[in-house]
Design a protein around this ligand. Sequence first.
Ligand code: URP
Ligand code: ZN
Ligand code: ZN
Length: 469
Amino acid sequence: MTKFDLVVKGGTIATASDIFKADIGILDGKIVQIGEQLDGGAQTIDASGKYVLPGGIDSHVHISQPSGDGIVMADDFESGTRSALFGGNTTIMPFCLQEKDRPMREALNAYHELAEGNCYTDVSFHLIVSDPTDSLFGQELPALAADGYSSFKVFMTYEGLRLNDAEILKTLDVARSTGATVMVHCENEDAIRFLIARHEAEGDVAPRAHASTRPVAVEREATHRALTLAEIVDVPVVIVHVSNGEAMEEIARARSRGIKVVGETCPQYLMLTADDLDGMDWEGAKFVCSPPPRDKAAQEECWRGIETGIFDLFSSDHCPFRYDDERGKRSPKGLESFRHIPNGIPGVETRLPILFSEGVMKGRIDLPRFVALSATNHAKTYGLYPEKGTISIGADADIAIWDPTIKRTIRHADLHDGADYSPYEGIEITGWPTTVILGGRLMVRDGALVGKKGDGTYRSARAKSTKTI
Ligand code: URP
Ligand code: ZN
Ligand code: ZN
């Protein structure tokens, strides 16, 4: 008798708290049974010798984001979610950017249109607050939070995007009253501009100067300020893409004062250094992102944060631009000065293999911590839990089956994004997700795409904030 649409049999399941051997019975897109010797599946997947993990959730992804000045992002929803899927993800959270003088709702409608029917993973959106008007704070954001758009990103850097302290306080206050979550990009824009002017005056315009003009001090100061503003408003906050130990210390100190802080880091801060921005023929532009990669000591500090719990989230900050392209890293203005090189690097497909290989296989973290950092904590932070981010009865059947014996070298040619390079080219990886299931539907089977575009849908979040981690 057929009891299940799909049974995943014989694998080792890991959640953020446990590791156990069991079968999973899936019906109507949900996990309905976890137990031994489950039979009666219309379809069965043999997962013996493999790890059966919650599908990854990448809560920091940029796709089809307007980038200005003739610059175009390398990924749309089709290529971005396809790439995410092959990297073991079943949900990604891109950013909807409000345009100046336009309602946020309008940007959101346009973003939904871009996503609709084009996704290979589920998606849920964050809102970037860039036009901080009274009507945004008084009406739009509260209404949007109530509709399930309950995470806002604010920038302390980038001209045209940065908010001042008063505007950040107002955003945090809306979050406090609605239960939404605020993500803060912490870099001091005035200090960066001062340093850019100094470097340009000296004719130092190559990509490496991007790192020199955004030193640790500008991130540390802004992190301290963001946490202080959150303390004043009395609301939890997410500090995104943390790159070094001094910013981590600010997080630890804030926690010791009782502030609820979620810390996020990304693969670039574990695997790259500022020396990568030194390449010939402007190749360093491939690694230009903000905050910039630091040095080996900062990498070690970030690993410590992964191991000890300073970081709750490991996200890609996938923000892809093609390198050999005048709409990307080698735009005419970008070739004039590092200041105009579009910020961001691709990484949605390599995020989890890097953490698995460098973290789990090298013994730095165990599987439950991997699951927490890659899925569960993202779902909890952004109101998608318990439907997403775990393997339990009633959860969406979003599952990635990992083969820990696979050895692969990262080659962009094997990846599925729309960029023309990977910053992680040549890195040796042990372990890769071979089969990915989204809402009970097989999407990738033994490394081959079997799902189709449009199988992924929009998932609204609950305004639940950071309380559950
Ligand atoms: O350089 C980066 N990180 N680009 C993406 C935008 C952001 O700040 O997250
Ligand atoms: Zn940012
Ligand atoms: Zn980002």
